[in-house]
Design a protein around this ligand. Structure first.
Ligand SMILES: *Cc1c(COP(=O)(O)O)cnc(C)c1O
Length: 425
């Protein structure tokens, strides 16, 4: 779609499926289709009043069905047969997602289903995974290894200081920014180290385009949990793998036809709807997160910040820890930050004292969330809360944090005073 390349990101989010062969309806808002199966195409002979199958020849029908697995393109006029192979909404969705990533996208029923599909497709013999990072990725890796005991699972952090190259059979998995503390990596440098067919896959769930163009930076494959920022409304579960070349995307779609991990009709429709506002949402979310991270990390500027900020031990956001690398990656950061409090008790209590931040896991939605990460991952320090910034006004969010921090500080101070009083009696 050469015309499409001249359009900017926000326009493509709304118009890159305009010319999709399946977009044949006059609806302005994409329609929702729920059918799992489709009639074989027929032609109608008005002269004799007979419906006639287009595939009158059995070999022709057979060729068409087999062709579904060979030619898994999303932008063809080929009729649908069964929704595990293709659907209108999913085809349009993958056209838009591919355009936004600068490649070709394949969608899945969840982020973890996308990770499982990537492992199944690349068939690594050495999986290099971050020790930190999303705990679920390790879960998928251990299931992958269950039937392949020869597969080695190595720790990414061990390769950060030693500049050895990766080789045939290696799959290097980066998470950008990484759970829970938002570290970022030099993708291009890792790509250069991938020799002889070693593959670099990046989980960019925390920094979707246009915050970061992961394929452009050199990743062979970018993965997203579309449950998070891409979906953006906390109402769908989904995953994406995007690659530069159509041939690899077609192979991934062929695999998916048999893995069966397709995104449901309703979810594909919700996600297509959500992508239309992606740029405005994630740009605002990362700007607000940057503002809040800077405020929490800086020495208190005003007397009313002195007490509340004293319960914050450290703030994690790439704009604070790795601003130069962020600039080099042309990345605009992320709407997620982490805060380490001075104790587990402070962290845990803050989650329950906020009014605008809901205490719930997940991230990327229009509603701000706060989550005590130790509940999911015992490798994470007890003082750490992950905060996902939504679309509420940033000053309202700061005021809510300030009030809750102060309440927690006072509550725990009077607790410890009580203890001292009890001891002294
Ligand atoms: C949520 C998440 C996943 C898993 O995605 P699901 O859609 O929940 O299966 C993977 N990676 C990261 C970074 C995530 O935040």
């Amino acid at each position: 779609m050469s015309e499409d390349e001249n359009l900017s990101f926000s326009t493509r989010a709304i118009h890159s499926d305009d010319n999709n062969a399946k977009n044949v309806f006059s609806d302005i808002s994409p329609p929702l289709h729920v059918s799992s199966t489709y009639k074989y195409p027929v032609s109608y002979n008005y002269d004799i009043g007979v419906r006639k199958g287009v595939f009158s020849d059995p070999d022709e029908l057979r060729k068409h069905i087999i062709g579904l697995n060979i030619n898994s393109e999303v932008d063809t006029a080929d009729p649908h047969v069964y929704s595990r192979y293709s659907t209108d909404t999913r085809d349009r969705l993958e056209t838009v997602l591919g355009s936004l990533e600068g490649g070709h996208a394949t969608t899945y029923s969840s982020g973890l289903a996308a990770i499982a599909a990537a492992f199944a497709f690349y068939q690594p013999t050495r999986l290099i995974l971050p020790h930190a990072g999303y705990f679920g990725t390790h879960g998928v890796a251990s299931i992958f290894r269950r039937s392949r005991p020869h597969v080695q699972i190595l720790v990414l952090e061990d390769f950060l200081e030693t500049y050895t190259d990766f080789g045939a059979g290696d799959l290097v998995w980066l998470e950008m920014p990484q759970n829970p503390n938002g570290e970022i990596y030099d993708i291009s440098a890792f790509r250069e180290r991938c020799k002889n067919g070693a593959v670099l896959v990046v989980d960019a769930t925390f920094s979707p385009p246009p915050l970061m163009y992961t394929l452009e930076l050199g990743a062979h494959c970018v993965m997203h949990s579309s449950t998070k920022f891409l979906g953006g409304h906390s109402d769908l579960l989904g995953g994406v793998l995007a690659v530069k070349d159509l041939e690899t995307a077609q192979k991934l779609r062929q695999d998916r036809s048999f893995l069966g991990s397709v995104m449901g009709n309703m979810e594909a429709w919700l996600l297509l709807r959500s992508l239309r506002s992606l740029e405005v949402r994630v740009t605002r979310q990362s700007e607000s997160a940057t503002t809040i991270a800077a405020w929490l990390a800086s020495p208190p500027q005003t007397p009313e910040d002195v007490k509340p900020l004293s319960i914050v031990a450290k703030v994690y956001h790439a704009t604070l820890q790795q601003p130069e690398l962020l600039a080099r990656l042309n990345s605009r950061g992320s709407g997620v930050l982490s805060v380490e409090f001075i104790s587990t008790e402070h962290a845990f209590l803050v989650c329950n004292r906020l009014r605008l931040f809901q205490n719930a896991t997940s991230l990327g939605g229009v509603e701000s969330l706060i989550d005590w990460r130790r509940a999911f991952d015992d490798k994470v320090s007890g003082g750490v809360c992950r905060i996902s910034i939504g679309l509420e006004n940033v000053e309202d969010l700061k005021a809510d944090l300030r009030r809750a921090f102060l309440e927690v500080k006072d509550a725990l101070k009077s607790e410890s005073e009580k203890k001292i009083n009890v001891q002294s009696i």
